[in-house]
Design a protein around this ligand. Structure first.
Ligand code: URA
Length: 209
């Protein structure tokens, strides 16, 4: 069963409070999501492998470490996932970015693919699927399923806020996928919004309604 990691760093929690606040406008919301994404990327990359190197300092030879070159890939689920990409790329600029567009069919409520463009070598990359709001888990689970179908072998899921049903769904469908969140909220309402949540992440990021 995959693990759930809640990033309770004070800076993440502080910024998340203002992200939740309905009085936070689009510009500030976007900036805060960007900052939290960078902080979360710092935590999520803790297990990146290192290799030994030596460098010449001005006065001696130093035994040091550098990242061992494991390839990363970010896969934001459109459209709200886009709001977290730049913040992560600030720390991992070499990561490739695949885009996955999913919408929920209004009749069946099942996720439907409308766009997908992935790096060709996703089977060799550690992928981070990005979905700010893990509500029912339907989109995230389908995104992970289709990435596995395309050959992905290593996948993490990164969200701002998760609700218990979304966590349960992803853990049930994909026991090999760890979930990284800034907060786990109480529940979903009748329209599958996370309560207390932050409202519609896409609308708040892009100033739509
Ligand atoms: N998507 C959102 O943007 N917000 C929610 O609360 C749930 C899903």
């Amino acid at each position: 069963m995959g693990n759930v990691y809640v990033f309770d760093h004070p800076l993440i929690q502080h910024k998340l409070t203002y992200i939740r606040d309905k009085n936070t406008g689009t510009k500030e919301f976007r900036e805060l999501v960007d900052e939290v994404s960078t902080l979360m990327a710092y935590e999520i990359t803790r297990d990146m492998p290192l290799q030994d190197v030596t460098v010449e300092t001005p006065v001696a030879t130093a035994k040091c470490k550098v990242l061992s070159g494991k390839k990363l890939g970010l896969v934001p689920i459109l459209r709200a996932g886009l709001g977290m990409v730049d913040g992560i790329l600030k720390l991992i600029p070499a990561a490739k970015v695949g885009h996955m567009g999913l919408y929920r069919d209004p009749d069946t409520l099942e996720p439907v693919h409308y766009y997908s463009k992935m790096p060709t070598d996703i089977g060799e990359r550690d992928l981070i699927v990005i979905d700010p709001m893990l509500a029912t888990g339907g989109s995230a689970s389908e995104a992970i399923r289709s990435l596995k179908e395309l050959g992905a072998k290593s996948i993490k899921l990164m969200c701002l806020i998760a609700a218990p049903p979304g966590i349960e769904r992803v853990r049930k469908d994909h026991g090999d996928v760890d979930i990284y969140v800034a907060a786990v909220d109480e529940k979903l309402d009748e329209k599958s919004y996370i309560i207390p949540g932050l409202g519609d992440a896409g609308d708040r990021l892009f100033g739509t309604k």
